[in-house]
Design a protein. Structure first.
Length: 81
């Protein structure tokens, strides 16, 4: 893409061209630097994707009789022991 700009910085020229850097995007030279003599600016667009994968974890249930728990009631040991 070729444009003409009176901006003093790379970021200003990109904004004038309707191509501002957003999020993790970056440019070479940096956005805050002066426009390069050859006029070449490289823009790298970065897209961040976060994905979550759910996976069931198998576990066993074990029932143990105890004199501390009344007959007919159940007690859960949260430590998994």
């Amino acid at each position: 893409m070729n444009i003409r700009s009176a901006a003093r910085t790379v970021g200003g020229a990109l904004a004038e061209a309707g191509m501002p850097l957003i999020g993790l995007d970056t440019s070479f030279p940096l956005e805050s630097e002066a426009l390069p003599i050859d006029g070449q600016i490289r823009v790298v667009r970065v897209q961040e994707i976060i994905s979550v994968a759910l996976e069931p974890i198998p576990f066993e249930t074990q029932k143990i009789s105890s004199i501390d728990v009344p007959l007919g009631q159940e007690e859960f040991d949260p430590r998994g022991q």
